[in-house]
Design a protein around this ligand. Sequence first.
Ligand code: FAD
Length: 305
Amino acid sequence: MLRSVILAAARSSQVERLVETAPYTRDVVRRFVAGAGTDDALRATRGLVGDGLTVTLDYLGEDTGKPEQATATRDGYLTLLRALREAGLTPAAEVSVKLSALGQKFDEQLAYDHARAICVAADEAGTTVTLDMEDHTTTDSTLDVLSKLRKDHPGTGAVLQAYLRRTEADCRDLATAGSRVRLCKGAYREPESVAYQSARDVDRSYVRCMNVLMSGAGYPMLATHDPRLIAIGEDRARWFDRGPGSFEFQMLYGIRPEEQARLVAAGYTVRTYVPYGDQWYGYLMRRLAERPANLAFFGRALLSR
Ligand code: FAD
């Protein structure tokens, strides 16, 4: 219920203005977002790589209706990839891209062209791109773009969301050689017709999808902070004889960093998803919706206005 309210607020421009101007907002944002500029992204990446982690960077922005904004997002990624290469941070760091930030909602071809330019820059930098997955109305379009991109850029990764009823079948389709698939629970508000609603059903779906990916021929990326699912992931790695370099765990910047360090120390490949940029609102609201305890920060930010 609370999650639905926060995710609904994520779409309200009034709430957005209120949150952005609240005095303590900066503290809340800093917990989950590396900073506003490319330099901040590089600094955070350097620190994480120094600690033995790998990284995927998200230049924040989503759901634009403006071609010039889509172009600016593409250019932001091109700048970032150049900077990562010059700093010697590839291939440890790759990028995560939201097609809606590249114009998917109003011109799928434009989003594809921009994504392709980012893939070319990633190839030049010696690294990869993963396409984030957004709400269910975009799933088919995103998977179509993925399959076109993979023709020339086979290392391009996809995200599948365990809360969607279709995802186990999508995992079977994508569990093929050379395919990189990030499995997450899913962060959007979705109707019962397409998505499991209870945490228990989502977790069960996650385990079924994980079994498909870990027993398949692709490269699974298990994106979760859930201790039970991480333990099951470790178990499946033993069962399916997957060593380091044949799958990875992924977690978000600022969330369970001690668990990220524990997994690194245990010899696993762990990738931290690092968002940066000034369009942090949608991202922040999804993080708040995931965990009621985060609302303590949020409430302080609003009340001290
Ligand atoms: P949960 O049951 O939500 O959390 C388990 C435990 O993790 C909690 O008890 C808590 O201890 C900790 N935790 C989880 N979230 C938080 C938080 N926000 N703050 C503090 N602690 C927390 N979703 C998409 O829909 N599309 C994507 O493309 C996408 N990409 C992702 C990439 C990565 C690398 C990761 C890690 C997640 C991504 N997500 C994406 C988000 C994902 O769908 C979940 O919403 C999010 O990971 C929370 O689910 P969980 O598996 O951690 O389990």
